[in-house]
Design a protein around this ligand. Structure first.
Ligand SMILES: Cc1cc2nc3c(=O)[nH]c(=O)nc-3n(C[C@H](O)[C@H](O)[C@H](O)COP(=O)(O)O)c2cc1C
Length: 129
């Protein structure tokens, strides 16, 4: 079982964080609305993230989490970007737990477009779990 990275990003900030995590996790970051986003083979860790929009996560990301099968996802680890609030991290955690998926306490976050240090930290995050 390997690792997978899924994300939803409207303007590219969370996409950049997803790419760095995927680099650390030795896999490819896939947008939840891309063909092939479905988790077909079981994974040890699903990294899943998105931006915060009007204090909520995008409905496409929420719908995607609703399709996840807990028997195929051993655990999840969440990430997000926003102007200020880390609320998306809590929303993601609670959606995943609602699907019966265990979630790592540690999260990965950047304010807007991640900088060099944040990308490095994201890569480490991808390696660690
Ligand atoms: C319509 C809209 C609503 C937003 N609402 C919030 C918000 O409530 N709190 C916040 O901290 N950032 C908010 N943001 C900022 C985004 O979360 C931030 O730009 C984020 O990095 C976007 O991620 P993305 O580039 O992956 O789409 C909002 C941005 C947009 C476009």
């Amino acid at each position: 079982m390997g690792k997978a990275v899924r994300y939803y990003s409207r303007s590219g900030n969370t996409k950049a964080l997803a790419a760095a995590i995927a680099n650390g996790a030795s896999c490819t970051a896939v947008s939840v609305d891309e063909v092939g986003a479905e988790i077909k083979e079981p994974v040890d860790t699903l990294f899943i993230g998105g931006g915060l929009y009007a204090y909520g996560i995008d409905k496409k990301l929420k719908a995607y989490i609703g399709t996840l099968d807990s028997s195929k996802v051993k655990k999840a680890a969440v990430f997000s970007t926003s102007w200020l609030s880390k609320h998306a991290l809590d929303l993601l955690k609670s959606e995943l737990k609602g699907r019966g998926i265990e979630v790592e306490e540690e999260t990965c976050y950047a304010k807007n477009m991640p900088g060099v240090n944040e990308l490095k930290a994201a890569e480490e995050f991808g390696k660690r779990y």
